[in-house]
Ligand binder design. Structure first.
Ligand code: ARG
Length: 435
């Protein structure tokens, strides 16, 4: 066996790179990777426990050495939480910064932690652990908004609202129907995200540089220790699943943003003075530097624009990946920023929309004023069908006698729509279950 020489701890440098090239290649990692330090330590903790249990003689890492690494990792996590952990340009990224810190504290023991691991599976793991936390947080925020929308819908279930197609008045509807439609759409966005959570919840660690290692590592143990459902099986797949997975997740996030954007668009329209159906909470409106009377819906406009940005982030990640040959390629590093940005933007949008909807007022008078008598035309035709007239005859009869609709009561009209999912057939308990 070749004995490792005892050497003074030094920065973990990989390659001899020109300083400018180093700045170029490290890119935004020295900033972005701060979000990965804690999960990197978590992954390293599981990895060293596995190494210490690996059946080789002499052991790669003794139990004592493993404990000392775990102790140092804990310190790094504390430092990171306090915003004191540094990633230098020489480190390039969180992975080498953690290894440098461990080696500075533990000498040769620190140098052993990267056994049977590559930065490629390490970063793939970190991103999956990061995504797992983010998805859980996103689900909580989505549930909060869906609940707020449902509470709003419940409170105003009997308030009539014109239902539109092509933006033109169509049929009698209700505020309850309008608001709970967005809650249900959010709920299926959450289902999509939960499916993506499952796909994400597989450990890539131990795939190393993509091709496995000639040591009896226990990938299943690492997966279990980290709370994954299993290890991603094929080691090449485990590595090159990076990028594709982020693109899938961003597809899910952009679906949530699609819902928020449509909700924002409706609110911009329905809070215009000409409609005045709803009133935005004052704290969610901005003023104008020149027009003293202004109360602008900037929040809604920004949510609409951010939906485009999250979609663009999904496209960016997809396009970064689609031309890649198999195995690791540094292109993947460029997917990190749109990935993190897309998630952060969606979560911020969910939170701000929740506050906005919570404080929103309803103007029943204005909503009723929106009802011109022709809005009742379809309902009247269907009433005639109920009395035995064929639908097309009823349609023409009403079309030729629109004046007969004058004086119809919108509140009465919506009370007649009692089938499943209609304004008076909304099952809030069912929605709660799905949400
Ligand atoms: N910061 C790198 C990334 O995000 C880590 C992996 C570097 N691997 C390599 N073979 N250069 O992709």
């Amino acid at each position: 066996m070749v004995k490792a020489k005892k050497s003074a701890p030094r920065a973990t440098t990989v390659g001899a790179i020109d300083p400018e090239v180093l700045v170029f290649t490290a890119g935004r990692d020295v900033i972005l990777d701060h979000a990965l330090v804690e999960v990197d330590c978590l992954g390293t903790a599981a990895h060293v426990v596995m190494l210490s249990r690996m059946k080789v003689s002499p052991p790669v890492l003794t139990e004592r050495e493993c404990s000392s690494v775990l102790g140092e990792l804990r310190k790094i996590v504390e430092q990171a939480r306090a915003g004191r952990f540094k990633i230098t340009i020489a480190d390039q990224d969180a992975h080498l910064a953690v290894e440098r810190t461990l080696t500075a504290a533990l000498g040769d023991v620190g140098k052993k932690v990267h056994t049977a691991r590559s930065r490629n599976d390490q970063v793939a793991l970190d991103l999956r652990l990061f995504a797992r936390n983010e998805i859980l947080g996103t689900l909580e925020e989505s549930v909060a908004l869906a609940r707020t929308l449902l509470a709003f819908a419940r409170k105003h279930v009997a308030v009539p609202m014109v239902g539109r197609t092509h933006m033109q008045p169509g049929m009698p509807s209700s505020v309850g129907l309008w608001a709970s439609a967005f809650a249900e759409e959010l709920a299926d966005g959450m289902e999509l995200l939960m499916a993506l959570f499952e796909l994400n919840n597989r450990s890539p660690l131990g795939s190393a540089a993509s091709y496995g290692v000639p040591l009896p590592i226990d990938r299943a143990l690492v997966a279990r220790l980290l709370g994954f459902d299993c290890a991603a099986h094929n080691v090449l797949y485990a590595n090159q699943g990076r990028g594709r997975l982020e693109s899938l997740l961003l597809d899910g996030y952009s679906q949530l943003m699609l819902t928020l954007s449509k909700l924002a668009q409706d609110l911009m329209l329905f809070t215009m003075p000409e409609f005045n159906y709803f009133a935005l909470p004052a704290a969610y409106c901005t003023g104008s530097s020149i027009m003293p009377q202004k109360k602008n819906p900037d929040v809604l406009e920004l949510v609409r624009a951010k939906a485009a940005k999250v979609r663009a982030a999904a496209s960016a990640v997809f396009d970064i990946c689609r031309g890649l040959p198999s195995g690791y390629n540094r292109d993947l590093q460029e997917a990190k920023e749109p990935f993190m940005e897309g998630i952060a933007t969606t979560r911020a949008s969910l939170r701000v929309m929740n506050g906005l909807v919570s404080g929103m007022g309803v103007n029943r008078e204005a909503l009723l004023k929106g009802f011109t008598s022709d809005v009742f035309a379809t309902d009247r035709a269907l009433e005639l069908v109920g009395e035995g007239m064929p639908f097309r005859d009823a349609y023409h009869h009403v079309k030729n006698n629109l004046h007969e609709l004058a004086g119809t009561d919108p509140a009465q009209a919506i009370r007649k729509k009692t089938h499943v999912g209609a304004p008076y057939g909304l099952d809030f308990a069912w929605m709660k279950k799905t949400g």
